[in-house]
Design a protein around this ligand. Structure first.
Ligand SMILES: Cc1cc2nc3c(=O)[nH]c(=O)nc-3n(C[C@H](O)[C@H](O)[C@H](O)COP(=O)(O)O)c2cc1C
Length: 300
């Protein structure tokens, strides 16, 4: 089988530096931060600046911006690039009501004129790779991913990730991979396919079906970062990878954030183990890291 460029999808409150680095160490290609509110970057919001931090070993990494004001986005991009990021990714897919009601995320796909101005302004501001992450369209009547992709290419965007569900679909139903193929046909710049890839076989199937240059995996990597290895990984090696992830959480996150992340990720790691149903509740009720770890390793 040929080697595939597998990438970790940005996931808010999940794909922080420790998890991204574990994915990279398992073989993930270019990384992307979770969405960062451009205005909050400009205001120097502590929580946002924390989320924008990455470890040197994560490079190459792109930081993803959420916004719709071209000048705010451009200034946020400049500041983030000044921290050493290798590129800027524009979020055009977030379906959350309070985001799209501000004209951001997936709402950018409804306004091709506005999107073109954002592309042009950001292109001038970004020195490194400037990429976008889009959906199929707003709803089933307005599937315009190929049109947005052509516009982006004409404005100098370097690459496009396509999660082909519409905003109306949110995360329901099956991701229609045909839409990814239609974007691949529409542009010459690299297209990364995304949506419902849960195994290496799925990744190969997506590439065969769409002709995409890379495959991005989100939920299929939760509790299974070894998916980026591209080969089967035995139990001992999985245990080693989990321990490495736990060490990174401990080393790089504040104690409060670390406890939340520990519970979340260990619950995902435990999914494939028998007895998970009872463990989950107890994990989330545990009061400190030691209790969480005892519970987890008693099962794993
Ligand atoms: C919890 C969660 C958070 C997400 N946060 C982001 C985000 O910050 N930026 C983004 O572009 N996409 C985000 N997504 C979408 C994913 O990147 C991806 O496009 C989607 O989950 C489909 O891929 P999958 O089927 O491999 O999970 C998020 C998805 C989930 C489940």
């Amino acid at each position: 089988m040929t080697v595939i460029d597998l990438r970790l999808a940005p996931m808010a409150a999940v794909t922080n530096a420790p998890f991204r680095l574990v994915a990279r160490e398992c073989g993930a290609g270019r990384l992307t931060s979770e969405e960062l509110d451009a205005r909050a970057v400009l205001h120097g919001d502590d929580k946002t600046l924390d989320l924008a931090r990455f470890l040197p070993e994560e490079r190459p990494i792109s930081l993803q911006l959420l916004g719709n004001d071209p000048d705010v986005l451009a200034e946020a991009a400049r500041r983030l690039e000044a921290t050493g990021a290798d590129g800027i990714d524009l979020n055009m897919g977030c379906p959350v009501a309070k985001i799209v009601s501000k004209g951001q995320g997936a709402a950018l796909m409804r306004d091709s004129l506005g999107a073109a101005v954002v592309f042009r302004t950001l292109r001038k501001a970004v020195q490194g790779a400037f990429t976008i992450k889009i959906r199929g369209g707003w709803d089933e009547h307005t599937i315009n991913a190929p049109e947005i992709a052509r516009l982006a290419e004409a404005e100098g965007v370097d690459g496009i990730t396509v999660h082909p569900r519409t905003r109306a679909q949110q995360y329901t139903g099956q991701a229609p991979w045909d839409v990814i193929a239609s974007v691949v046909d529409a542009v010459a710049i690299p297209v990364t396919g995304n949506g419902d890839v849960r195994s290496l076989a799925d990744a190969h199937a997506m590439r065969a079906h769409t002709g995409c240059a890379a495959v991005m995996i989100g939920r299929g990597a939760l509790g299974r970062p070894w998916i980026f290895r591209g080969v089967d990984v035995d139990r001992d090696e999985r245990r080693r990878i989990i321990r490495r992830h736990l060490d990174l959480i401990d080393a790089h996150l504040s104690p409060r954030v670390a406890l939340v992340q520990l519970k979340k990720h260990l619950a995902w790691y435990a999914v494939e183990r028998p007895g998970m149903a009872q463990l989950r509740q107890r994990l989330f009720e545990a009061r400190d890291a030691a209790e969480v770890l005892d519970l987890f390793w008693s099962l794993w």
